[in-house]
Design a protein around this ligand. Structure first.
Ligand SMILES: Cc1cc2nc3c(=O)[nH]c(=O)nc-3n(C[C@H](O)[C@H](O)[C@H](O)COP(=O)(O)OP(=O)(O)OC[C@H]3O[C@@H](n4cnc5c(N)ncnc54)[C@H](O)[C@@H]3O)c2cc1C
Length: 457
């Protein structure tokens, strides 16, 4: 046994060493993206309980291994996989307990958005879960969380009222606005640089919207300028419970062989009545541009919205993703990237651009490291299958970002930014004051750097 490894019989879950038969499976399970990084932890501990977490942290500390963490494995850059580390795999911690009488839930970090929806909907309760069903709450809530209906409900972390965490010295602490408020502040936005292990989140829930209605329209590339300017203007007048997003995808070339793209405008209302939902979506019925397809408003549910999102982000694919907050208009940003999107090497790639995706009400941004850092937002995703196409797709992502952010002055969202795109990515995902405070909190709670911080190139 090497120094740094917990004794196997001290761990209730599983312990796998580098070189063991199950090691490569345990390593690859840490990352949902099929593009598995070439980084190799020395030991993987699959925790079965909070006690296992504390035990693994103490051993890592005692024997000089740094701790890296995985809840749902959805970080695009595979931040859970680090060299010279003890990988603490929390995928077994997925319990979810509701207390409908207080409108709260206690959720372990590997529970997914889909599991939360399945538990809440029958109780007539809801939560701004991530858009894709398989995203776990762990990394999502720690990053801030841009979820369904976040434009009305705020960043998902605004509904975290308490966490339990195992700290670098192996202690278990409860954090809230009253207890250890600094660590609680960091847990609401620090993302993959958080300096403790969250073993449980207590969430404040919302009444389930009585009516969810959704509509979408698709347009050819020729309509892009008009549609984006028109939609942006319409969105400005909509109530916050209407979520509007652009999706740009490459389309088959036109008859002359010129690259094409398809623009989708989707709008979903999370309303108190069906009448209110329909009224909110009315402007899209009157869209003055020539559509390729038009889906009039239909009733939907969080589960159905998740099914639609899962089609956009299929499992077992290779991904490269990045983010950009900017103060340019959506019309400017989408016009800048249109040609590059149309020439994507993979037909599965897309750019998602939710219109003002999160509430900017000061009351909903209180006491958190997360902040929206611009008035427009976009997320390009390269999606492909063939490993030999890695260079072309990685280059496409860089080309989209260069077109959208020609001076490299953009700001980013820590949950989905390409952490390997530049050493200053994490810093550029926060306000300067929040970044400084995150460094102070890390120095106070993890002075010996037991936990790996943000992945860097
Ligand atoms: C298909 C897809 C769709 C997405 N959609 C959205 C979306 O709609 N909105 C949005 O905001 N984001 C979205 N994301 C991004 C997502 O929120 C982040 O990737 C997030 O990290 C996923 O959480 P995870 O637990 O699965 O990640 P993991 O890869 O398991 O964790 C990432 C890192 O977070 C830290 N971490 C995770 N759990 C803990 C813990 N319990 N304690 C301490 N640190 C921890 C660790 O540093 C870890 O390495 C999406 C990602 C994917 C792949």
């Amino acid at each position: 046994m090497c120094p740094g490894e917990p004794e196997p019989d001290e761990v209730e879950g599983a312990l796998i060493r580098r070189g063991d038969a199950g090691y490569e499976t345990a390593r690859s399970r840490a990352v949902w993206n099929a593009r598995l990084p070439g980084r190799f932890p020395e030991v993987v501990v699959r925790a079965a309980s909070e006690a296992d977490v504390a035990h693994a942290v103490r051993h890592a500390r005692a024997h000089g291994l740094r701790v890296a963490l995985r809840s749902g494995g959805h970080n695009w850059s595979g931040s859970a996989l680090r060299d010279d580390s003890l990988l603490l795999d929390l995928s077994g911690l997925r319990e979810l307990r509701l207390t409908p009488s207080t409108g709260t839930a206690t959720v372990e970090p590997a529970a997914t958005g889909q599991e939360l929806v399945a538990a809440l909907t029958p109780q007539d309760l809801a939560f701004p879960v991530g858009h894709c069903p398989s995203v776990a709450v762990g990394g999502f809530l720690l990053s801030g969380g841009l979820g369904w209906n976040s434009r009305a409900w705020g960043a998902s972390c605004a509904d975290v009222v308490e966490i339990r965490a195992v700290t670098a010295d192996g202690r278990t602490v409860t954090c809230s606005e009253r207890e250890h408020p600094d660590l609680f502040w960091a847990a609401r936005g620090a993302g993959p640089g958080f300096c403790a292990v969250v073993t449980r989140f207590r969430l404040a829930l919302h009444p389930h919207p009585a009516s969810i209605m959704t509509t979408n329209l698709t347009f050819p590339m020729a309509e892009l300028d008009g549609v984006t300017a028109w939609t942006e203007q319409v969105a400005r007048g909509l109530p916050p419970y209407v979520e509007v997003a652009f999706v740009l995808q490459p389309a088959p070339p036109d008859a002359d062989g010129t690259p094409e793209l398809r623009l989708t405008v989707g709008a979903t209302a999370f309303a108190a009545t069906q009448r209110e939902a329909l009224r909110a979506l009315e402007p899209f019925d009157d869209c003055p541009f020539g559509t390729l397809t038009r889906q009039p408003p239909v009733p939907t549910s969080f589960a159905t919205l998740h099914e639609g999102a899962a089609v956009l982000w299929p499992p077992l694919h290779r991904y490269a993703a990045d983010t950009l907050w900017s103060d340019e208009s959506y019309a400017t940003q989408l016009a800048r990237i249109a040609d590059v999107v149309a020439r994507a090497p993979s037909g599965k790639s897309l750019v998602l651009s939710p219109v003002r995706p999160v509430s900017t009400e000061p009351a909903l941004l209180r006491n958190m490291a997360f902040a929206p850092l611009g008035t427009s937002y976009l997320v390009p995703y390269a999606v492909w299958e063939d490993p030999e196409a890695d260079p072309a797709n990685e280059q496409w992502l860089r080309d989209v970002m260069a077109a959208a952010d020609p001076h490299g002055e953009g700001r980013h969202y820590i949950a989905e930014t390409d952490l390997e795109a530049g050493a200053d990515r994490p810093r550029r995902s926060y306000t300067p004051a929040a970044w400084d405070r995150l460094q102070e909190i890390k120095a106070q709670w993890d002075p010996d750097n037991v936990f790996h911080s943000y992945l860097a190139p």
